[in-house]
Design a protein around this ligand. Structure first.
Ligand code: SAM
Length: 350
């Protein structure tokens, strides 16, 4: 029988599990006898409600940039690929990958922490008077997907964002709260870490570490409250810059022998490039990733510099914590050999 027909939707029923049943008739006419067959079909279809949701804010990229970190550095520290990180910054990918990225950016989920983060989502759902099935319908996913999220936050990041939107959560992640000590870590920074002052004991320990090599003219190019400058050996000729006191290091032109400080990390490239035109010896207190990216190493090579030593340092307790190793990086003109790795005496940091 050759048959031609057109499907006509007749009725649809929406089920609570997110599926709908559609009744469709198809009138088939065949041959000269014009016999008519009516075919009834039931379709079970996943019903996606076409809500346009305002997704929660996701300040991942802004946060990374505020910390002066490259995608490569964050991805490698989290153990994920750069494309995976790009996806996350665009609001896509596996929640598990995002969970590995958050600590390095000093971020945490906005509605809960630790193992309770899934159950905390369930509590919010119940507070909103929604069953798992009802939430699934509004999000456009299956009930098991909601179940997995509420169990241990397994699933896709894009689904989580829609769940949060339905539950009225406006931002997916927040900065870690931490005790801040006035004078060392300001309440507001732009970019945040550029105004984090070094504990004087740590600055003293770093100076002591290099003391037998230091000679000639010294410059602290970003004095801040003076943790380094005030403790430089007094018999040496010392100078300083500090933007907030009207002396921009990037305008400084006098050559010196040594430059040493905790610089503004978001300006590390400009600072390093300029410092290499002024001095043969540079010591920066920075996260290791800021000074060892391919671009930074290329800059060093292009200026005839190399990393002579990386002094590993525990992040001061009052500072924003992150997964990145803090170092005093000794950059030396003409150094083409190995990187010496050492560790600052832990006692000296207390
Ligand atoms: C991370 S803080 C560290 C301050 C100090 N070196 C210390 O170890 O406590 C960086 C400092 O660099 C200053 N700064 C930022 N840009 C600068 C520039 N272009 N020239 C001089 N200082 C600058 C900031 O005002 C801030 O005080």
């Amino acid at each position: 029988m050759t048959a031609k027909g057109r499907e006509q939707p007749r009725a649809a029923v929406l089920l609570t599990n997110g599926y709908r049943i559609r009744l469709v008739t198809n009138v088939l006419r065949s041959g000269e006898r014009q016999s008519i067959h009516v075919k009834l079909s039931f379709y079970f279809q996943r019903h996606f409600q076409k809500h346009s949701l305002t997704l929660p804010a996701l300040p991942l990229r802004a946060r990374r940039r505020a910390l002066g970190l490259t995608q490569a550095a964050v991805a490698s520290s989290a153990g994920i690929s750069i494309p995976a990180l790009r996806n996350l910054e665009a609001g896509r990918g596996a929640i598990g990958s995002l969970a590995r990225v958050l600590p390095g950016l000093d971020l945490h989920w906005s509605w809960g922490t630790g193992a309770a983060v899934g159950p905390a989502l369930a509590e919010r759902r119940r507070a909103a008077g929604l069953s798992q099935s009802a939430l699934a319908i509004r999000v456009g996913c299956s009930r098991p997907t909601i179940h997995a999220l509420e169990r241990d936050l397994t699933g896709r990041f894009e689904t989580l964002l829609r769940v949060l939107a339905v539950l009225g959560v406006r931002t997916a992640v927040r900065e870690l709260p931490r005790a801040r000590k006035p004078g060392l870590v300001p309440m507001r920074n732009a970019p945040e870490r550029d105004r984090v002052m070094t504990p004087p004991a740590l600055a003293a320990a770093i100076i002591a570490h290099f003391a037998d090599r230091i000679s000639g003219q010294m410059l602290d190019p970003a004095r801040g409250a003076g943790a380094f400058y005030d403790q430089l050996p007094e018999h040496l000729d010392r100078s300083w810059c500090e933007l907030e006191d009207g002396r921009d290091f990037l305008d400084w032109e006098t050559a010196v022998d040594w430059i040493i400080t905790n610089p503004p990390w978001s300006k590390i490239r400009a600072f390093t490039q300029h410092a290499m035109t002024l001095a043969d010896h540079i010591v920066w207190l920075v996260p290791i990733v800021n000074i060892t990216t391919k671009a930074r190493l290329r800059d060093l090579r292009d200026h005839g510099f190399g990393i002579a030593e990386l002094v590993l340092i525990d992040t001061p307790r009052d500072w924003p914590q992150s997964g990145f190793q803090l170092v005093a990086a000794y950059l030396k003109r003409g150094h083409a050999g190995d990187w010496r790795i050492s560790r600052l005496d832990a006692l000296a940091q207390d």
